[in-house]
Every structure is written in C-alpha cells, then in structure tokens.
Design a protein around this ligand. Structure first.
Ligand code: ADP
Length: 263
C-alpha cells in the first residue's frame, strides 16, 4: 500500500518584490499503484505541486501524507525525476544509480546487483562507467529513472521528465515508462504540459486552473493496458484530448486577461 495524499495544500512564494500565490487548496489522493498525471496552463503551479509532494519546498498551508505519514522533507519513499539535473555529472551512471543506496549504507554487493539489474532494464548496458555528459538525452533520462527506482521508492514523482527530448525519443521513453509501470506498479505523480503524453500514460488526469493553481477537473482515462500508440488516433483518445485542450485554453485565456488587468 503506497498512497500519496495532498490535503488543502497552498503555496505562497514571498520574494522581495511580491507575493505569488502559486497553489490554492489542492487536495488529491493518488492511490496505491495508480499513474496520475497533472496538466495545466504554463505557470499554474505544476512544478510547485511536485516539489511540495517531494518535500523540497514546505507548503504555506496543508500537508502531504505518504501512506498516512506526514512527508515534510525529501525521503527515500519518494523517487524524483526532473526534466534535467537529475544526475550528478561527476559520477558515472552506475555510481549515480547507487548513490541513494550508498547513503542508506546498502552493502556493496547488493548495490552492485541492483544497479546492474536497473542498467539492463533501462537498456544502458555498456554505459555503466560512462559519465552523464557522454549520454544522449534519452539515455540520461533512462539513467535518471534507474536512479529514482534504485531505492525501491513507494512513489515516483516526475516533473516533465521527457520535456527536453525530441519527438521520437520522447515516444520511446513513454513506451518504456508504461512498460516499466506495468511491471512495478509504482504510485506515480507525473507533471507534463503534453496532453497526449498525459492521456497515453495516465489512469487519471488532474487538470489545473490558471494561477493560483487548483484542481479544476479530474478525468479518468479508460484506455485499456498495455497502451499502444495506435490508441492515440482512436475516438476515446480524441475525445479526452479535446476536453483537456478546451479546459487549458480557457484557463490560459483567463491568465492573459488577468495579466492585462494588472498592467
Ligand atoms: P508550472 O510548473 O505550472 O509552469 P510553477 O510551479 O513553476 O508553474 O510556478 C507557479 C508560479 O509560481 C509561477 O507564477 C512562478 O513564477 C512562481 N514561482 C515558482 N517558483 C518560484 C519561486 N521560487 N519564487 C517566486 N515565485 C515562484
């Protein structure tokens, strides 16, 4: 049982110039083994939401619970993958993957066994001793996913992990991630601005409002699994896409209008 729950989370950034209310009373529960995606207009607070869930920032109000226990700081129970910067450039792929296990003082043989398995699973054979700068974008993100999985976290938190990749690599990574998820059934909270990606990957999609971000709509994705790319052209996919595009368009217009009103 590994559920992550956000209860009435609000986030107010205070800078020397202004106060920015990024999130406003967000409540959501991702139950054990569910793949939940968050989409919303740019600047609506998606990354902030994930950082709060990771314990990297403290919300101004509300709380985060993992399996009912308050999660107020980063922990091995939550693995994180960002768009970039998930890997330490000064460590090899293998050492990056083993880093969390080293911190937990996992015995060396166990560490090596686990990193070897993950290297193979993420199709990084032959690159164990390579440094991140020698890897392609897709390989870096595969290594970042391996690193996040190394401590066998209860929850995976992913912030636009494929956002910097070209279209083909992105598709391959999406396929790899759904396969991986079918196999491990981790609880996943995945932020993306790519609506097709959210539909392809998710069991459920939370669509956020314009800032301050709230959950405007929750949509279930009733596409069968395993997911395949021929579903992208299907009627259910198209209907969900239209629904999400419509909401995000409305929210983006509201953002422009409130910017104009402030000017
Ligand atoms: P998204 O990921 O949806 O694009 P973010 O969570 O990055 O949105 O940002 C939400 C809002 O909070 C934006 O207006 C952004 O400028 C603001 N913001 C994000 N981080 C900070 C920060 N560290 N200090 C002040 N404002 C911030």
């Amino acid at each position: 049982m590994s559920e992550i729950r956000l209860i009435d989370v609000a986030m107010q950034y205070v800078t020397h110039k202004a106060q920015v209310r990024a999130l406003d009373r967000i409540s959501l529960t991702v139950p054990d083994g569910q793949f939940a995606c968050i989409v919303g207009p740019s600047g609506c607070g998606k990354s902030t939401l994930l950082m709060v869930a990771a314990g990297l920032v403290t919300p101004s109000e509300g709380e985060v619970l993992v399996d009912g226990k308050p999660a107020t700081a980063p922990g091995a129970d939550r693995g994180m993958v960002f768009q970039s910067y998930s890997l330490y450039p000064w460590l090899s792929v293998r050492r990056n993957i083993e880093f969390g296990m080293e911190i937990k003082r996992t015995p060396r043989t166990e560490r090596q066994l686990r990193s070897g398995e993950l290297i193979h699973l993420m199709k990084l054979d032959g690159f164990a001793e390579a440094y991140p700068k020698a890897l392609s974008g897709g390989m870096k993100q595969r290594a970042a996913i391996a690193r996040a999985l190394a401590n066998d976290p209860q929850v995976l938190l992913m912030d636009e992990p494929f956002g910097a990749l070209d279209a083909q690599t992105r598709q391959i990574m999406q396929e790899m991630l759904t396969d991986l998820w079918q196999r491990f059934r981790k609880t996943v909270l995945f932020v993306t601005h790519d609506i097709d990606e959210a539909i392809f990957l998710g069991d459920v999609i939370y669509v956020m409002t314009n800032r301050p971000g709230r959950i405007r709509t929750t949509l279930r994705v009733d596409l069968p699994r395993p997911r395949t790319f021929d579903m992208v052209g299907g009627p259910h996919f198209a209907q969900l896409r239209n629904q999400v595009v419509g909401i995000i368009h409305e929210e983006s217009l509201k953002a422009v209008e409130s910017e104009l009103a402030r000017a």
